[in-house]
Design a protein. Structure first.
Length: 309
């Protein structure tokens, strides 16, 4: 995918790998938070620009739904597959800014922006700018920022009593699983792929064992780490197993990860956020010739037996 340079879109693919052929992810440039003096908590003030297939944008779609933040956050979806100008909303544009492409959102905030035009973007409709474009920050703020507002689900997923355990799990899950599948799929050398593949399946095996005698990663309650893992698990058999060559095991082959994934999928507000067609669209539709696979046939609604743990 291309990028903006001084506010002008450049089509040329920007390299994503280092000299050893290993995939490198860029730092997100916008890191403000809702609840700060510049960005107070207010109804109908904020907006999300997302792609339903993207696992990072998905985190924010998921939190908006499970925390019941819909009245506080409007949302625009890009089409699943990227084109020459990156993510696009289609010829009609999206309703908030009339943006045709995601890069229009970035130049609306800063007409000299240089960088990749990633989703998700958390937008402030009042000052017409980007609050934050880092999904990890966005879900952390959604966990509590709106909790005093009417109708919001007060359940917290970043629990203070588990904070250090969640932080450690997040780091390992991010490096080896969330970003690990990308390190497999985008590696440009056999050695980089092999290393990413081994650490990915090592962590999946470890977590599968951990979930053998406890319902969720930190025990009896769902935490942020579970949701961050879920975002990758739910895409795994559909996209990463084939397109990113993450093919030692499927998630449905694991005795604990598979019912655990169904348990999370069946929590209130989750199923309606999982868009399998968009997941196929982003991973298979963005690469020529864009033919979407018909399978696999996965029943996320099948009964799970995790409640007894
Ligand atoms: N650190 C960002 C990463 C977001 C990200 O990489 N999104 C992908 C879509 S899955 C994207 O927009 N890529 C476009 C690009 O890298 O140019 C986050 O987690 O919010």
């Amino acid at each position: 995918m291309g990028m903006l340079v001084d506010g002008t879109w450049q089509d040329q693919e920007v390299p994503r790998t280092n000299a050893e052929g290993a995939f490198i992810r860029n730092e997100s440039p916008y890191r403000d938070v809702i609840g700060s003096p510049l960005f107070p908590v207010e109804a109908d003030r904020y907006h999300l620009f997302v792609n339903a297939g993207c696992p990072w944008a998905y985190r924010t779609i998921l939190y908006r739904s499970i925390k019941k933040l819909q009245p506080y956050l409007t949302m625009s979806y890009t089409l699943p597959a990227a084109g020459k100008q990156g993510w696009t909303f289609g010829e009609q544009g999206e309703p908030l800014l009339g943006a045709i492409h995601m890069h229009d959102v970035y130049t609306e905030a800063n007409d000299k922006f240089t960088g990749r035009c990633t989703v998700p973007v958390l937008w402030d409709k009042q000052s017409n700018t980007i609050v934050n474009n880092e999904s990890a920050d966005i879900i952390r703020m959604f966990d509590s920022a709106f909790d005093d507002e009417p109708g919001v689900n007060p359940t917290r997923y970043y629990l203070t009593e588990h904070a250090s355990e969640i932080d450690a799990l997040n780091d390992e899950i991010y490096t080896t699983i969330n970003n690990g599948v990308y390190r497999c799929g985008f590696s440009q050398s056999q050695a980089a792929y092999d290393e990413a593949f081994d650490t990915l399946f090592e962590t999946l095996g470890k977590l599968d064992k951990r979930l053998g005698d406890q319902r969720y990663l930190c025990g009896a309650s769902i935490t942020e780490s579970d949701w961050r893992l879920f975002a990758t698990l739910v895409r795994f058999d559909v996209a990463y197993y084939g397109q990113f060559k993450c093919n030692l095991h499927r998630i449905v082959d694991y005795p604990n990860l598979w019912p655990y994934m169904r348990d999370l999928y069946q929590q209130p507000g989750v199923a309606e956020t999982v868009d399998i067609a968009a997941i196929k669209g982003i991973y298979y539709g963005s690469r020529a010739p864009g033919i979407l696979p018909r399978g696999p046939d996965i029943n996320f609604s099948e009964h799970h037996t995790r409640a007894v743990l």
